[in-house]
Every structure is written in C-alpha cells, then in structure tokens.
Design a protein around this ligand. Structure first.
Ligand SMILES: Cc1cc2nc3c(=O)[nH]c(=O)nc-3n(C[C@H](O)[C@H](O)[C@H](O)COP(=O)(O)OP(=O)(O)OC[C@H]3O[C@@H](n4cnc5c(N)ncnc54)[C@H](O)[C@@H]3O)c2cc1C
Length: 383
C-alpha cells in the first residue's frame, strides 16, 4: 500500500539511495558479516553523496531535510542487507547531541566530518553494571583547570571499534543521582581513551560493538555538551528519536521477514500443493501480514508527528516495544514456514531471525518501554 508519509522528493531520494545500496552494500554484505565490520570507505562514499545526517541544517553544512529522509536511509539499508551498517545510529542518534548541545566551536570542528564520514560517532551510555538504570552509571568526570579527567568503562557500544568521536555519559556529581549526569564529547584520539574488546554477538555481525575505557582521560572542559548536570534531561529529549529510529528498524525487519515467508511458501510444495496453499500456513501468513500492516500505519503516524515537532514519548515507547516484539513474532513464524531451510545460513531468513533478536533490548528494553507507557496511564494524565 502506498505511504502517505513520503512526497515525490522523498521517493526520488529513495531511488538514488536504493541504487547506491544495490551497488555498494548488498554485494559486500556477506563479506562484512564475516569480517565483523563495515569498511570506512562506505561511510566516505555515503558522505560524498549526502546520505549522512541529511537533516543537518544548511548553516551547519547539511541539506536541512526532514526525518523522513533518515527513515528512508534506515529502511533501504535493511532492505539491501545492510542492517548492521551503523549509519542510522551515527546520523540520527549520536550526531544530534553534538548539533543540539555542542558549542559553536565543537560544531565547527566535528560536524563537517560527521557529514563526510571522516568522523564516525557513538553514544556511550551503557556500563557493565548499568544499562536500563542509567542513573546508576559510575564513569565519572572531575574538573581539573580547563579540562575534565574521565575514569570508567562503557560496554555494548555500537560503532565503538571504529569511532572517532564519542558522546559519553558521565557523573560530574556522583552524589546527585540522575541530576549528577553530564554528557561529554570524547575524541577517540584523546590520551586515556582506550578500546576494550570487540564483542562477539548472537547476530548483527557486520556491526562492531565494543567496550570502551577511560583511564585518566583528559578532555577540554569545552567538550561538555550543554550544561553540567543536565545530561539526563538531554538523554530523555533525544531518546525519543533513538527509539523511533529503532522502531523503523523493527518495522522494516518485520516487512522483510514477511516478504521472505510469502516468497518461499509460494514456491515450496508439500503433499501436492504449495506450503502457502495449506490453510494453516495461509492463516499464519494472513496474521503476519495484518500485524505488519498495523505496525506500518502506527509507525508512519508517529514519524509524521515527530516531523511536526510533537511530543511522542509515550507513543514511541509503545511502538518500540510492540514493533520489536511483533518483528520477533514475524521472524519466528517465517523461519517455521521455511522448515529446515529456515535454519540454514544460505537462506536470508536465517540471518533476519538472528538480527531481529537485538531489537527488544537496544535503546531501552521492552520492559522499560512498558514502564514509560504505564507511567503515563495515571488518571487525568494526558498523552
Ligand atoms: C547489539 C547492541 C547494541 C547496543 N548499542 C549500544 C550503544 O550504542 N550505546 C549504549 O550506550 N548502549 C548500547 N547497548 C546497550 C543497551 O542499550 C542495553 O543493553 C539495554 O539498555 C539494557 O541494559 P542491560 O543490558 O544492562 O540490561 P539490564 O538493565 O541489566 O536488564 C536486564 C533485564 O532486566 C529487565 N529490567 C531492568 N530493569 C527493570 C525494571 N525496572 N522493571 C522490569 N524489568 C527490568 C530488563 O528489561 C532486562 O530484561 C546495546 C546493546 C546491544 C545488545
């Protein structure tokens, strides 16, 4: 069904990016999965063609496009087997912290690289002992003259192995709970910035996910994002877009799983008819297609609201948990409909099934999303 969200200009952009993905991503995806990384050249090529941070305002050197363009990049990467390319996290999650809260000097220094692909970014929030409960982070930064000195560890950091610039959550006042959190930019070249292990994951193989450590890591005080002690508030503001970015992944992965299931069940036969012609399979496909359609409608509505600048915290939490779990239900059923072939690496559904498992965990687990939704359900609360 045609989408109401995208204009002709969006579709022209989609056509150009789809062609780019077909030429530069799809033929290399298997190799990147094996090597557990995406080469920097891809980032540079994407930068050259305006596919990184397309939303950045023109005064910052960008194209000033709406979030619909970011959604297209996210969708087309997945459709072209580049699910693990860490660009959406860079463009739509990490760089917005720099653009939104960085000083004029920080923006002048790093935004051009964010656009060109020479500066790959991360968000480094999670720690070995603090994930859902971000107020419990222990990495701390102490002011020393014109610098901050940072000590601590981060884990599960997407793009962590290749990053050039990291948005790091630290405690600047460890006694103040979440009010003691600040966000600081750490250049990967800074003394005391170390990378730990590149982590072996269940799926999502081409995406590097790494540990980071800060050992008396000294950065200029001007690297502070916004105000000291306001980091938690900034996180809450920007997590809305991060959860939308992951919701887009969930929906697109579910659509791809459904597509694989429909194609396979119409070509494979058992007991004298196609798998799709058996009523149990037909009903399963109908259920999957209905959920996917519900998800698409909900997601597009949310993206439109987000583009219009409305507060979608409550609804994006609903979307992130429901779409992530719907994508997993769809992937599970799609593997089942493939029979033994669904368990074989040579079938695309096998990889989709593995990769989709990360989605109810990243950017806030399903349980945390439900807590946020439930909190907004008090009597007389308005969404
Ligand atoms: C592939 C991948 C990429 C990631 N990329 C990044 C990244 O780039 N940057 C970054 O900072 N982090 C990243 N993360 C970390 C991710 O955000 C965390 O894993 C996630 O927030 C959960 O934290 P945790 O793993 O510490 O789990 P925990 O917080 O220890 O939770 C364990 C379980 O307990 C449940 N739970 C916790 N609290 C409650 C509660 N109050 N009520 C009910 N249930 C609860 C959780 O839902 C979960 O099921 C990534 C993780 C993965 C897997």
């Amino acid at each position: 069904m045609a989408s109401m969200l995208f204009s002709e200009e969006h579709e022209i952009f989609r056509g150009a990016f789809r062609a780019f993905v077909a030429a530069e991503v799809t033929p290399n995806a298997e190799e990147w999965e094996r090597r557990r990384e995406v080469p920097r050249e891809l980032w540079l090529k994407m930068g050259e063609q305006g596919f990184l941070c397309p939303w950045l305002p023109e005064e910052d050197g960008g194209l000033g496009l709406d979030f619909g363009y970011s959604m297209i990049v996210n969708q087309e990467l997945i459709r072209g087997d580049g699910f693990g390319v860490g660009v959406p996290l860079h463009s739509d999650v990490a760089t917005p912290y720099l653009a939104g809260y960085g000083t004029a000097e920080a923006k002048r220094r790093w935004l051009p690289g964010c656009l060109s692909g020479e500066t790959i970014t991360t968000v480094a929030f999670t720690e070995p002992d603090a994930g859902s409960d971000l107020a419990a982070i222990r990495t701390h930064a102490v002011r020393d003259g014109d610098d901050f000195v940072i000590n601590g560890q981060k884990t599960f950091i997407t793009n962590g192995w290749v990053s050039d610039l990291n948005v790091v959550a630290v405690k600047t006042d460890p006694s103040a709970g979440h009010r003691g959190i600040s966000l600081i930019l750490v250049d990967s070249g800074a003394r005391g910035f170390e990378r730990g292990r590149k982590l072996e994951k269940m799926g999502y193989h081409m995406q590097d996910t790494a540990e980071l450590a800060f050992v008396d890591c000294r950065v200029p005080a001007a690297n502070l994002l916004g105000e000291e002690g306001e980091g938690f508030r900034y996180l809450m503001e920007k997590l809305q877009q991060e959860r939308l970015e992951v919701s887009i992944k969930c929906q697109t992965m579910a659509e791809e799983c459904l597509k694989e299931a429909i194609e396979y069940t119409h070509t494979r036969s058992a007991f004298g008819r196609t798998i799709a012609a058996h009523q149990a399979s037909a009903f399963k496909l109908a259920e999957m297609a209905t959920e996917v359609e519900l998800g698409r409608t909900f997601l597009e509505d949310l993206v439109a609201e987000h583009i219009a600048g409305r507060n979608i915290v409550q609804r994006v939490s609903m979307a992130k948990y429901w779409l992530a779990e719907m994508a997993n239900r769809t992937a599970y059923a799609a593997v089942q409909l493939h029979g033994g072939y669904g368990y074989m690496e040579e079938y695309r559904i096998c990889r989709l099934f593995r990769d989709v498992r990360s989605l109810p965990i990243v950017a806030g687990t399903s349980e945390i999303m439900k807590l946020i939704v439930a909190r907004g359900l008090a009597p007389n609360s308005s969404r």
